[in-house]
Design a protein around this ligand. Structure first.
Ligand code: S3P
Length: 169
């Protein structure tokens, strides 16, 4: 991978990942899509039929496989919160970009999304406190943090490209 995007649900990892990959002429790999393909069922069904622990195990296996592929990786919001994933992300020495957005922005974007099991099971306060709890883990593996509120995908991708170019200078 050339870069890995992390951040809470609704922070824009997939949108930005796709655009970044397009600009770099690289494949875009979405971890949630790979998990869905590996399980053969939707993420909400993995949670409801097998539970979150099973999902996390699958997520870990799929992450290890994805890290060695070519492209830009958009992770799931919970990926860096598992210590073994955090270790794998750090060990890979691939630039990790954290996309940040205010809790209100995030809640606005994800509310009512039936494809996100945690959105279905938590209320606004629950999601806000989950976001706060995860923040230190996100920061522990981020090489670059970008605040996305009030920005545009083009601007965010330019910031990332500038950062990646500086790394290769
Ligand atoms: C999760 C986020 C989701 C998906 C799963 C669990 C989480 O990905 O991996 O529903 O724990 O925050 P997105 O961040 O792409 O919504």
């Amino acid at each position: 991978m050339k870069a890995i995007l992390i951040g809470f649900m609704g922070s824009g990892k997939t949108t930005i990942g796709k655009l970044l990959a397009e600009k770099l002429n690289l494949p875009h790999v979405d971890l949630d899509d790979q998990i869905t393909a590996a399980a053969g069922i939707a993420i909400t069904d993995i949670f409801s039929q097998h539970g979150e622990n099973y999902f996390r195990q699958l997520e870990h296996e799929v992450l290890l496989n994805a890290i060695s592929q070519e492209g830009i990786l958009s992770t799931g919001g919970g990926t860096p919160t598992q210590s073994e994933n955090l270790t794998a992300l750090k060990k890979a020495e691939i630039p990790v970009i954290l996309l940040e957005a205010a809790a209100d922005t995030i809640l606005e974007r994800v509310s009512g999304d039936i494809e996100r099991p945690l959105v279905n099971s938590l209320d606004r306060d629950g999601l806000t406190s989950l976001k706060e709890k995860r923040q230190p883990k996100y920061q522990a593996c981020a090489d670059l943090t970008i605040k996305t509120d009030g920005s545009s995908p083009e601007k965010i991708v330019t910031q990332i490209l500038n950062y990646l170019n500086r790394q290769t200078d």
